[in-house]
Design a protein around this ligand. Sequence first.
Ligand SMILES: Cc1cc2nc3c(=O)[nH]c(=O)nc-3n(C[C@H](O)[C@H](O)[C@H](O)COP(=O)(O)OP(=O)(O)OC[C@H]3O[C@@H](n4cnc5c(N)ncnc54)[C@H](O)[C@@H]3O)c2cc1C
Length: 486
Amino acid sequence: MMKKCDVIIIGAGVVGNAIARELSRYEVSIAVLEKELDVAMGASSRNSGVLHSGIHYKPGTLRARLSVQGNAMMKDLCSDLKIKIEYIGKLTVAQDEDGIETLHSLKEQGEANNVPGLEILDQEQMQQIQPGVGGIKALYSPSTGIICPYGLSIALAENAAANGVEFYLGHGVTNISKNSREFVVNTAQGEEFEAPVLINSAGLFSDRVCEMLGIDEYRIYPCRGEYLVLDKRLKGTLSTLVYPAPRKGGAGLGIHLTNTVDGNILIGPSSEYVDEPDDFASTSEIMTQLKKEGHELLPELSTTDFIRSFSGLRAKQNPPEVGGYKDFIIESRDDFPGFINLVGIESPGLTSAPAIGLMAKEMVGRFVDLKDKDRFVSERPGSVGFFHELPEEKKADLVAKNPDYGEVICRCEQITKKEILDAIQNPLRNSTINGIKYRSRAMMGRCQGGFCLPRIVEILKQEFGYKPEDYLLQSKGSPLFSGRVR
Ligand SMILES: Cc1cc2nc3c(=O)[nH]c(=O)nc-3n(C[C@H](O)[C@H](O)[C@H](O)COP(=O)(O)OP(=O)(O)OC[C@H]3O[C@@H](n4cnc5c(N)ncnc54)[C@H](O)[C@@H]3O)c2cc1C
C-alpha cells in the first residue's frame, strides 16, 4: 500500500494525538502511525495523571511556558472531550529550613511562569486543606489538577478521527527517506506513506526516529517510575496532592500519593534508569519500598489495599550520571524542511500536550496551507463519567432505552454491558482486552478482572463471533488463551 497525505505523525501518545486533533481543525490530510495496537501504550498511560501547575520549571523554558498554557487549556478541552478533570491543588511540603528555602524559590519561579494563586502556608493553614499532613510549611498551588491520562489520550485520538484523521495502529515506522518534496515513511508491514510534513512524536523512541533521518544529536535515557495502585476503599482520604519539597538533581518529584479521578490512590513513582525503552517491569525491591513509604505517608493503609502495580518510563535526555532535567526539544529542522521534531517530552508532557499541539500547528503552517474546516466537531458524544456516576433519573432513562445499561458486568467498577459493548466497538477499532479495559474501566477494580474477564470473553464470542484463541491482551504476540483445557 502507498498512501499520500499532507502530514504524517509518528506516535499516538498524548502528544501525537493532541497535535493530530489540533490539525484536524484544518483542511489537511493526516496519517498517525503507531507501532502498538492501541494509542497511549507508552508513557501516556503510565504516569501520575497530574496536571502540573508550572512551579518546577525554569522561566523561559518550553516546559515552563507549555505546562502553564496546557494546564489552562485543559478545562475547556476536557469539557469538549467529556473527560473528568479536577483541580484539587497541591501542597509541596517542607520538613526543615532547607525545604522552606526551596518552597520560596519555587514560589518565585512559579510566579515568573505566571502560575496563578501560589501561597506559602503555615501548619495551621496546611491542616485546613489536608488534615493530618506532616511538614512545617507548604507551598500551595491551586491550579494543580488530576486527569485520567489514557482517557485523555484516547479521547483526543477519537475526536481527531471523527474529524478525519486516519490512525494506523500496529504500524511501526522502520525507515524514513526524503525526496525533493516529500518524506517517504516505511512501516514494518511493508507499507509506504508520503507527505511534505513529518512529525516525530515517538516519545521514548524519538531518538531512533531521528536516526532514521541521519540526525544523531539526541539520545533518550529511559528512567523508570514504578507505582502501586490502592483500592478505592481509601477514596476521599486525600483532598489535595501532597509532594515533598524536591531534592536537587533528582530525576523525579519524589515518591508521593496521588489521587486519581476515578477514586484510586497511586503510590510512586520511583526513579531508576534502565537500558531499554520498553522495560516496563515492576520489581519486588521497589514494590517493597513503595509499600513501606506508603505506610509512612498513610498509616491507615492495610496490605490488602494494594491492588496492582505498573511502571512508566521517562524520556530523559540526560544520562544517569548527570541526572536532572533538560528542556523539551520542539523544533522545525532547517536541514530537513517539513520535519517537526519532538524529543525528550518527559514530565510535564501530559499537562503540556494541548499547548504542544498549538505550537506544532504553527510550525506545520509554514509548510502546508491550514485552511479552516467548515465542519470541525470539537465535542465528543456522550456525557462525562461512567453510567454508575450519572444521576438516578438519567440512569433510569438510559436503561429504559437500552436494557444493556441494566446489566452490570464488572462488579468492582460497576461497569455495564452497554459500556463494554461501546468499548469493544470503539471508533479507533482497537480489539485488545486492554483496549476494553482502558475505555470502560472493566477489570480495573479489586478483583482485577477475575470476575468480569470471563464474562467479557463470552460477550466477544457470542456477540461478535471472536475466537478466544485470537484475543490479544495488548500487543502482537500476547495471546490471552493458548487452547481449551476441558
Ligand atoms: C513515571 C512518569 C510519571 C509522569 N507523570 C506525569 C504527570 O503527572 N504529569 C505530566 O504532565 N506528565 C507526566 N509524565 C510525563 C508524560 O507521561 C509524558 O510527557 C507524555 O506521556 C509523553 O507523551 P508522548 O506522546 O510524547 O510519548 P508516548 O506516550 O511514549 O508516545 C509515543 C508513542 O510513539 C510510539 N512509537 C514509538 N516509536 C514508533 C515508531 N517507530 N513507529 C510508530 N510509533 C512509534 C509509541 O508506541 C508511543 O505510543 C510522567 C511520565 C512518567 C514516565
